[in-house]
Structures are given as C-alpha cells and as structure tokens.
Design a protein around this ligand. Sequence first.
Ligand code: ADP
Length: 461
Amino acid sequence: MSDETGEKREISLRVAETKQKDYGRGKVRLSVSAMEAIGVEVGDVVELFAKRRSASIAWPAYIEDQEDDLVRMDPLTRQNIGASIGDKVLVRKATYKRAEVVKLAVSASMQGSIQEGFQAYVKKKLFDFVVVQGDKVAVTLLGQPMMFVVVYVRPSGIVKIDDDTQVLISDKPVEELEQRPITYDDIGGLDDVILRVREMIELPMKHPELFRRLGIEPPKGVLLYGPPGVGKTLLAKAVATESEANFISIKGPEIYSKWVGESERAIRSIFRKARQSAPCVVFLDEVESIAPIRGLAYGDSRVSENVISQLLTELDGMEELENIVVLAATNRPDMLDPALLRPGRLDMLVYIPPPDLQARKEILRIHTSRMPLTEDVSLDDLASKTEGYSGADLEELVREAGMEALKRDRNASKVTLQDFERALGAVKPSITDDMVRFYAEWNEKAKKLRRVEKPELLGWI
Ligand code: ADP
C-alpha cells in the first residue's frame, strides 16, 4: 500500500509555532497554496527536511493564518528535523510504506515504568502516525507525556503505523530525552534558591551595566550541590530557558567518553563556543568527574590533570569576557578539586536541599498537573507519606501510579488513591539520613568558602 508520487516537487517554507492543542499529534499545518504547490491534500504524508529528515501529516493552516510560506509544527517535530522557529525547511509529498515493525525505546529513568500490555496502549496512541527511524514521539499517559525514540522501523524509510504494525518497546534504554523547555514553574519548592540563582546569573546577563555602575562583580561560576534527583539539572535547564542566554551543557563523564584522548580540546572548544555565543551559560553537570581531587582521577589520571588545568585556565581567562557564566552541579562536592572553588572560579556555592513537606506537595502538584485524579487522592497526604523522597523519586511515584491505573484497567481515565498506594509500595525514597548528615557537614565547609556577597538587587528581575 505504498503511496507513489511520480514527481518530487518541493517547497521551502519557514518554520512557525503551532497551537498547543496540536502538540504531539504528528501533524503540520500548511496553507492551501503550499499544499497545491507540492500536490498534497489534507491527510497526506509530507516529508520534512532541515538538518534531519522526518515526516508528518499535512493539515490545513489555521483560518486566521494568512501567511503562505509558513509550516506550523510542534516543538517535537522541530526537534526531529533539527529546526528552530524561523528556519527554512524543505517540504514535499512523501513516499511512505505501511509499518511492519516499529521499535521504540525510552530513557533509562523511564525504563522501570514499562509494564506488560503497555505496547498495546502505545500502539493505540500512535495509530496513523508517520515516523522515521531516529524520530522522537510523545505518548500521553493519563495526562503525562512520555517520550520515546523510534530506534528501528521495518521497512526502512517513512512508515505509517496501522492496525497490523508490530509495535515493540526495546529493553535497552536511550539517553535522557528532552521533553520541552523547562521553566521555573516546573521546579517545586526551591523558591529561595531560584531567586538567588537568578540574581547571580540572570541579572548580570540582563543588566551588566547595573553591576558595573555599582562596582559589584558578578560571580563567574556557581556550583549547585546536593543529593541526587533534587532538581539541580532541572534548575540549570530553567535558567537556560528563562535567562534567554545561550546554553551549552556537558555531562562530566562525556568529556572522557565522547572525546577519547581529546578531553582538553573538548574543554577548550566548549569555552570557545561559549565566547562566540555570549551571553551564554556553560553548564557542567557531574562536574566532579571533570575535575576530581587529584588522586581520585577518572581513568587515565594524567589526562585528567590536563583536563583540570585546562578548565582552570578557561575559568581564569574569563576575566576579560563578559556575559559567560559557568554553572556546575555535583552530588559529590567532597570529590571536587578544591582549586576549582577558589575565588574567581566557582565562587558561589548553592546547596539544593532534599524537598521538605511543602516542597514535596508542590513537586507532586507539578507532576500531577495534567493527570486526572479521583477525589480521594490528597496531595497533602501523599506529601506527608513521602519523607526522604527526592524530586526524581516523586516524579517516578506519579508515573508509577499512572502505570498502576493502566494495569488495573486498560481504559482507566483517572488515577485513584489505591493506584498511588500501590505505587508507594514500589517506589522507595532515595535520600538517607547518612546523606543528609553528609551534606550538613559540607554546608559548614561551604560557608567558609563562600565569598561573593549577595547583590540584593532583586527588584530588577
Ligand atoms: P539532580 O540534577 O539534582 O540530580 P534532576 O534535576 O536531574 O536532579 O531531577 C531529575 C528529575 O526529577 C527532574 O527532571 C524532575 O522531573 C524531577 N525533579 C527533581 N527535583 C524536582 C523539583 N524540585 N521540582 C520538580 N521536579 C523535580
């Protein structure tokens, strides 16, 4: 049942945002004249090409949309073709086949949520979708978007999922999948921390003149430390979105794995890129693996020392450069080379604590915001039952409750208290007393190291 087009007329259109209600539907909106130009009708499959190729279903432009040279698509489709708003994309009628097999993978953190029978649910949700290998697709699970990567399709090329398609979920996870731009509203319970980070990072970037006038030196680097899963990375992502700065992110271990033997060069090129794209936030996640205390070096220790000195050189060299801030995160501040914490380097230390009762309630509210709950589910009660749960644990708890609901009834439309109780049995708290003690001790050390005064300029944000 392949759909052949004799000719391959294509047009170049500008990418534009689509309305929220269209998100995740696998459709792009085209004007009548654009459709005519490439010989497609509403419902036909179109091929999209910017940096990467993907496919979608052609849908009519909004009535109020007068611009003929736009193709409107959701953020996920933009990601799939590697295009931003305003970029040019080539659009043409697609040649596609019906999908025999589509294999999907989820990120490691979601892998545990996959249960029997889930394939059937996903398949139902993706009915009539067109995909190519490498695409990301989102499936809503009781209001929660869950991201998948299409890791394999048969036959190859553009395929459309139908009743006979075999939809498989791989047991090999893929790297973490970006959902959508993170904002401060996605963070529960860290209001004070958010304010401080904003005044230290966002404010100097947006109003450098203010700092100059008052003779205050903004910090060059901020280290976020705290237990795993409390929102350090989340906060960095929100800063990236909300400060309107460019964002370069690197996970410590990648410096060694991705650039084998070239780790120093990698550091140099990251900072070169940052200078070219200032204002820019450079985010170093798991920074203890880039700059561990000497002796604790990862892998080849000589390489590691060179990498540390390169990083220090870059930080010291930032003096003359405006508008670059380094944001680093670690669960293990004790493993960091102390040289990194000297003044003029990562000179602000910010502790991200495990969520308290109020914070847990907020995190639960954020993660259940689009989940239909029965009335017996009380977030207050859940918050008080989840002492020791990190933000990541709470997110998993919510997801697990959704899965429990589907296990109970494939067509469940709401998540019940019982689903949550089952989930509480399955998802355990990850923050231990030992951990809390460890960070308390480290906070004392950090107080002595903390040198930059708080600017107190919040009125400007
Ligand atoms: P960390 O970097 O501290 O190890 P992350 O920021 O990667 O932790 O958190 C993992 C996930 O857990 C986040 O993507 C988010 O879904 C959830 N999470 C963690 N902390 C919070 C929080 N304070 N508010 C909302 N969600 C959170």
